[in-house]
Design a protein around this ligand. Structure first.
Ligand code: INI
Length: 154
């Protein structure tokens, strides 16, 4: 039996992180979680991490597409936070953002880690940005590292 699996160390990897400014009181914590994992667990060099800030979750897929098309990165991590309001706007932003990211991943064949929170309340977002429910930015970075190493072997 041959089993392909990835570890988490990716010393030579080049990783881009796209982070939205909207709800930055949450997304900055996701960014801290992601960079901490890349450096301390992935052993990725600081110089090999590129952070791109964009206005909101809607702008994340286009930016990730440009980064993927540049072929300079082994993985891209998408970080954002969409919090439900009183209108249908939440669904549009959350759905378009996730759909766009999935398309980019398949089109360019590089891992796009999904660290975009979609929550009903601010409290749920706070819980997922480094408190009770962990840090989804850190989790996205872990998945990017693992996928870099999985894809290298296929
Ligand atoms: N962008 C977010 O990242 N999160 C949100 O919760 C959000 N809401 O709720 O409106 C949001 N909207 C902005 C959107 O992503 C675009 O930046 C904007 O529409 C300009 O294109």
């Amino acid at each position: 039996m041959k089993v392909i699996e990835g570890n988490l160390v990716a010393k030579e990897a080049k990783v881009a992180i796209v982070v939205s400014r909207f709800n930055s009181f949450i997304t900055e914590h996701l960014l801290n979680g992601a960079t901490d994992v890349l450096k301390r667990q992935g052993e990725v060099a600081d110089d090999n991490i590129t952070v791109v800030r964009v206005p909101g979750a809607i702008e994340i897929p286009l930016t990730v597409e440009k980064l993927a098309a540049s072929k300079k990165y082994d993985a891209v991590i998408a970080l954002g936070c969409v919090i439900r309001g009183a209108t249908y706007h939440f669904e549009i932003v959350a759905n378009e953002s996730s759909k766009g990211l999935a398309q980019v991943m398949l089109k360019y064949g590089i891992p796009v880690a999904f660290g975009v929170l979609t929550t009903d309340t601010i409290d749920q977002a706070v819980q997922r940005a480094g408190s009770k429910a962990g840090n989804k930015g850190a989790e996205a970075a872990l998945s990017a590292l693992e996928m870099i190493n999985v894809l290298k072997q296929i």
